[in-house]
Write a protein of this length. Structure first.
Length: 119
């Protein structure tokens, strides 16, 4: 199984980024897909998750700014991030698991993509 995250970068406060995570080696449509992030000196934390059927849930800090989506035909999950804040600076990871969950016990992880929000 491989999860390849991309789309990170440097953006100013209030800007937007769209992260992508391309999956291979698994039956993508049967997996829950999650996004997590880890800032320097902090633990990895949940950001958003989308179930096999498309049910979505978000961390409280998202506050309507982020949208998770999936394209099963492309084996890809996305995270659209708007109104970015400096505190959103972190490495963002995608993850896959057969079960719907918000904790970090996912079976498969991508390598992460850096998001830096400058003030």
């Amino acid at each position: 199984v491989q999860l390849q995250a991309s789309g990170g970068g440097l953006v100013q406060v209030g800007g937007s980024l769209r992260l992508s995570c391309a999956a291979s080696g698994l039956r993508f449509s049967l997996y829950t897909m999650g996004w997590f992030r880890q800032a320097p000196g902090k633990e990895r934390e949940f950001v958003a998750v989308i179930s096999r059927s498309g049910f979505k849930t978000y961390a409280n800090f998202v506050e309507g700014r982020f949208t998770i989506s999936r394209d099963n035909a492309k084996n890809t999950v996305y995270l659209q991030m708007n109104s970015l804040k400096p505190e959103d600076t972190a490495i963002y990871y995608c993850a896959a698991d057969p079960e719907f969950k918000r904790d970090t016990s996912y079976s498969h992880w991508g390598q992460g993509t850096q998001v830096t929000v400058s003030s």
